[in-house]
Design a protein around this ligand. Structure first.
Ligand code: SF4
Ligand code: SF4
Length: 252
């Protein structure tokens, strides 16, 4: 079956959580509120084997396994715009935008034959999926697959850092293990969100003082943005806590 899709640059998908390749997270540390996202995928779930290969596998109960996707991400509340989104719907960092955005609507974190639902625009999105839009997916094969291949290559490279990081955290941080196991057993799924500071010791290319100063400003800005808003209590608390952590690092 052939699927048509064309981006009309409406900017409507540029909101909420944005998974980031490690280099993109580092390059945009002055813009995105960075955290680490852990997402368990249960056997039989989409792209389970790929997730297991790029991430880690946990066994929260005997004979109950889950693959866990681990990624850096921009933690923006679901109804707030990406900090790079301009008022005209265009992207302020178009030339250097994250690989995740370049690969849209496809995802390198999924197998090539598991992309069909990503081509269905969510309510309010203005993607053109009419017959006059180009065919982008045919027989479960991506027609122009350069960006998809680039994203997959970056995920493979990131796995060399994220896999040992995740194994170390699961082995050494009891609370992390507990939370990941709990999410892995929940029928509706879920996520575990950790501070980006748990990852920075594994990123030798990061100048930690400079990075902390950038993230401090970002966290403070998002804390202000979400203050006194009952819809964003959870996010606000994280921004405030994270700002404090970065403040301590930046002034150490
Ligand atoms: S970086 Fe640009 S393209 Fe990506 S979500 Fe933000 S505004 Fe959209
Ligand atoms: S919602 Fe669709 S049309 Fe709008 S920017 Fe995102 S991909 Fe493009």
């Amino acid at each position: 079956m052939e699927r048509h899709f064309e981006c009309t640059a409406c900017g409507k998908c540029c909101q909420g959580w944005l998974p980031l390749a490690l280099d993109d997270a580092i390059a945009h540390a002055d813009r995105f509120p960075l955290f680490v996202l852990w997402t368990p995928v249960r056997p039989g779930g989409k792209s389970f084997d790929l997730t297991a290969r790029l991430g880690v596998v946990v066994e929260p109960k005997r004979k109950k396994k889950a693959a866990v996707r681990v990624t850096a991400f921009s933690y923006v509340p679901s109804h707030l715009p990406c900090p790079a989104l301009l008022s005209d719907g265009l992207c302020a960092v178009h030339e250097t935008k994250p690989q995740r955005c370049k690969t849209m609507p496809f995802s390198g974190a999924r197998t090539e034959h598991d992309q069909t639902d990503l081509l269905i625009p969510r309510p309010g999105w203005e993607c053109d999926v009419s017959g006059s839009a180009p065919v982008v997916y045919s027989g479960k094969t991506i027609v122009a697959r350069d960006e998809f291949a680039r994203e997959r290559a970056r995920l493979e490279a990131d796995a060399k850092v994220l896999k040992p990081y995740a194994q170390f955290m699961l082995a050494g941080a009891h609370k992390v293990r507990q939370d990941v196991d709990k999410m892995a057993l929940r029928p509706q799924g879920g996520h575990v969100i950790l501070s980006f500071t748990t990852l920075t010791p594994r990123l030798p290319q990061v100048d930690i003082q400079d990075f902390a100063a950038k993230q401090l400003r970002v966290m403070e800005s998002f804390a202000d943005l979400t203050a006194d808003n009952p819809e964003h209590v959870t996010e606000h608390k994280r921004y405030v806590e994270q700002a404090e952590e970065w403040r301590q690092i930046s002034t150490a």
